[in-house]
Write a protein that binds this ligand. Structure first.
Ligand SMILES: [Zn+2]
Length: 282
């Protein structure tokens, strides 16, 4: 079995964050990176015990520079990204399961360092009228490839968001609980790592019982931006202006709409064609 692992840097136990005036900032970046790799490796240990042969780890935090490959479990391969090939996309369609490690809850959720892609740019994202954050988007991106998301770890708000979006089958591992966006009670790392090993193993063992979440056929993705110049930018990418700060994208394929929100026309077409060719299971 092959597992695809999406990682982020806000969700691990021990990450210390504040606001820097324009958005979230991680203060102890080296410690945060060590915290992430510890959780990644604990999760991989559980997955390997349940029969995973390899785990492709995506360094998906901004800049794709948070994971030192030399610290990774030997079953891991590392996916780093740049340019249009954003790392949160599976690089082929032949993964059996996906997990999300170190992730955070959506903007306005009250979770620790909560945001939706841009802590100082996006005030809300809505998919067909429902607020959605990175956990939901990543789940749907994997679902588009036919890959079920079986485990999510992050703070309590991130775990609740995963349960709400994916359903009670998904295994979660809470790493901490937010008292506010910038105040947190971290759980014992030793206990978090033990839970990651145990719950990852259990999640992969029950893989046959997972179904891939349904992807809506008609997709409306609305971005409420913090300020109108950001809405201007998204309008220039082909979004339909709704009002001063709101832009929407519509289409009949989730992946195409998601790409449309990120790139200019020519690179979307190329990237979409590439992803379609990788989508072997559908
Ligand atoms: Zn993130």
């Amino acid at each position: 079995m092959r597992v695809f692992m999406i990682t982020d840097l806000e969700g691990p136990c021990g990450v210390n964050g504040r606001s820097d005036g324009i958005g979230n900032k991680i203060l102890n970046e080296e410690t945060a990176k060590q915290a992430l790799v510890n959780e990644v490796n604990a999760c991989i240990e559980g997955l390997v015990q349940a029969g995973a042969e390899s785990v492709t780890v995506v360094d998906a935090h901004g800049g794709s520079n948070s994971i030192d490959i030399f610290k990774l479990h030997p079953a891991a391969e590392l996916l780093q990204y740049g340019g249009v090939f954003h790392g949160a996309f599976p690089d082929d369609g032949n993964y059996d399961a996906a997990v999300q490690i170190g992730v955070h809850a959506m903007q306005n959720s009250g979770g620790y360092l909560c945001h939706s892609y841009s802590s100082h740019g996006i005030s809300e994202m809505r998919l067909n009228g429902e607020p959605i954050g990175e956990i939901g988007i990543c789940t749907l991106v994997c679902a588009w490839f036919g890959i079920p998301t079986i485990l999510v770890s992050g703070d309590e708000a991130a775990c609740a968001e995963a349960q709400n979006f994916i359903g009670p089958m998904v295994e979660t591992v809470p790493t901490k609980i937010a008292h506010s966006r910038y105040s947190v009670r971290n759980y014992s790392p030793t206990k978090v790592y033990a839970a990651l090993r145990e719950n990852s193993k259990r999640a992969l063992e029950k893989l046959p019982r997972f179904t891939v979440p349904p992807i809506p056929k008609d997709v409306e993705l609305v971005y409420e931006l913090m300020c109108p110049n950001l809405a201007d930018g998204m309008e220039n990418l082909g979004g339909e202006r709704q009002d001063f700060r709101t832009v929407r994208y519509k289409g009949d394929d989730f992946m195409r709409v998601w790409l449309d929100t990120q790139h200019s026309d020519s690179s979307v077409t190329a990237h979409y064609a590439h992803l379609l060719s990788m989508r072997k299971r559908q």
